[in-house]
Design a protein around this ligand. Structure first.
Ligand code: 5GP
Length: 119
């Protein structure tokens, strides 16, 4: 059995969070420590620990992460300027919570990634 997670407790509303959206596949809530004016986490309701654990049966929930992220970005008024979607995987990816989640970050310029590799 998959171990319970902090985010599973948020999905089940056992611990408080600022939930923006929930359906049968995913839940979206504000990050407790926002890195930008908008910082929302979108998680599958089902516990998938990391990207390395996804399987074909998860494709509906994983696709839903994108459609919900895009809708929340429009609702937050950041869609036109743009934003960043980020999924960290394990140690080198900087993953802290082992319940797969997509970060939606925006509301200010975030800069380019890995600028040393450009040019
Ligand atoms: P990761 O580094 O795993 O990709 O991101 C984990 C995120 O979860 C971090 O941005 C962190 O601020 C957020 N986080 C950690 N604990 C909580 C919590 O209890 N509630 C909420 N809403 N976010 C949390």
């Amino acid at each position: 059995m998959t171990e319970d997670t902090l985010f599973a407790k948020i999905v089940r509303k056992e611990i408080p969070a600022d939930i923006l959206y929930q359906d049968e596949l995913v839940t979206a809530f504000r990050d407790i420590s926002p890195k930008a004016p908008t910082h929302v986490l979108i998680v599958p309701n089902k516990i998938i620990p990391t990207v390395d654990d996804v399987s074909a049966e998860d494709e509906a929930a994983l696709g839903r992460l994108f459609t919900v992220a895009a809708q929340i970005a429009r609702d937050e008024g950041i869609a036109e300027d743009g934003y960043r979607l980020l999924v960290n995987c394990r140690d080198h990816g900087g993953q802290e919570v082992y319940h797969l989640h997509m970060h939606l970050i925006g509301g200010r310029p975030l800069g380019i990634m890995a600028p040393e590799r450009r040019g």
